[in-house]
Design a protein around this ligand. Structure first.
Ligand code: HEC
Length: 96
């Protein structure tokens, strides 16, 4: 019962900010990729301005994309909807 409530709460929160890629990026991605997507020390690559980010993110989620550390990314994407990924990818594309 508690677990179900927790899942609903998490889903509710992500639905609320589904359209806000910048907010999601700040909350879910910035710790490793930097607030501006330029932090390359963890992933080995800066992601700012990557216009192919969406296909990479959906690839991580479905297991068709990724390098040696893909498990890290797969864990980071847990709980994010496809709409969330779209919003985040759009935000990454605007980073310079
Ligand atoms: C715990 C640290 C961590 C977090 C949090 C994290 N990432 Fe990553 N990210 C990585 C690592 C490590 C890699 C390299 C993984 C691999 O080997 O494929 C990576 C790779 C990527 C890549 C592919 C880079 C490339 O071109 O190969 C993208 C795009 C990306 N992350 C976006 C995101 C987004 C968007 C979020 C937030 C939803 C996020 N990451 C959260 C650590 C993280």
């Amino acid at each position: 019962m508690m677990k179900k409530l927790l899942v609903l709460a998490v889903l509710g929160v992500s639905a609320l900010c589904a359209a806000d890629g910048a907010k999601l990026f700040g909350a879910k991605c910035a710790e490793c990729h930097g607030g501006d997507g330029k932090e390359a020390s963890i992933s080995g690559k800066a992601i700012a301005g990557d216009t192919t980010a969406l296909s990479k993110l959906t690839g991580y989620k479905s297991g068709t994309f990724g390098g040696e550390q893909k498990a890290t990314m797969q864990a980071s994407l847990e709980g994010l909807s496809d709409d969330d990924l779209k919003a985040i990818a759009a935000h990454i594309g605007t980073l310079k």
